[in-house]
Design a protein around this ligand. Sequence first.
Ligand code: FAD
Length: 304
Amino acid sequence: MTEVTPPISEGQRVLKQPAISFEFFPPKTEEMEKSLWDTIKRLAPLAPSFVSVTYGAGGSTRERTHSTIARILAETELLPAAHLTCVGAARGEIDEIVRRYHDIGVRHIVALRGDPPGGIGTAFSTHPDGYQTSPELVASIKRRYPDIEVSVSAYPEKHPESPDFDADIDVLKAKVDAGATRAITQVFFDNDLYFRYLDRVRARGIFIPIVPGIMPMHNFKQARSFVTRAGTSVPDWLAAKFEGLDDDAETRKLVAATVAAGQVQKLNKHGVDTFHFYTMNRADLVFAICHLLGIRPSGAQKAA
Ligand code: FAD
């Protein structure tokens, strides 16, 4: 007899099986490369919709991003998405990067303005002949390659350089008008911020998916410093959960998985059915969180 998997239900509401995607960064050393590939092999059977590879600040990983994307295409069934920023290159150079991606079969780009070449908090400037804004970059990619899907960023706590939410959402709107069909959010830890942001975005007539970016914090201290600089607030209740664990990596890991799993399960219960994981090139926590969402390797899906 064939076993039929019942839909995931919560009361009268039927929840869809979540769709997931994973973000990696291009490795710097052979050891990091091996660790990335162990991670990709562990996570690939979870059948993500796509996997993305970041582009180092100021374009510093241009070749490494390309070679990681090319290897994913050559050696896996995964659909890669290449991050690309406007920083540090003339239009012609950026166009050439996009052409090379298109030539090898890449059909998804995460198009970004990028951080200032001097790092977050310094004044932003682009190459004089470069794309000046993310909507310009999105428009150029879509004009030349309509078959490339373009995702962009979104900021539930607004971008730190943005004077207010309206100005921030104006830029999101311009990116959507230029052809972006998905936004992935900056990491956030308070789900209310995401839902409030979603309300603001929908009220402005933006209806593309706003996919929550989820970061399990392997190393709370390091991650806090990094995300705070990018404009993400870290609630006191979250910091309290990691108190006293600076020298206890094992417990930190369990706490990090529990916190992130709680966050995604709550989002899922409120109807969010797509998640983007900032993996930090590590599989263990993300694998466990996906398991708790009911996602199993080889398509053997279970109710969460
Ligand atoms: P935009 O969407 O263009 O702008 C964000 C906001 O900043 C706007 O809403 C606007 O209000 C404000 N703003 C933009 N320009 C100005 C200006 N000139 N003056 C005043 N306000 C302005 N960075 C990398 O280097 N490589 C990556 O691979 C990468 N991947 C990312 C993936 C995701 C999902 C996210 C959320 C961020 C990523 N970043 C990456 C970080 C990103 O480059 C920075 O946050 C950068 O500062 C803004 O780029 P953006 O495309 O998000 O900006």
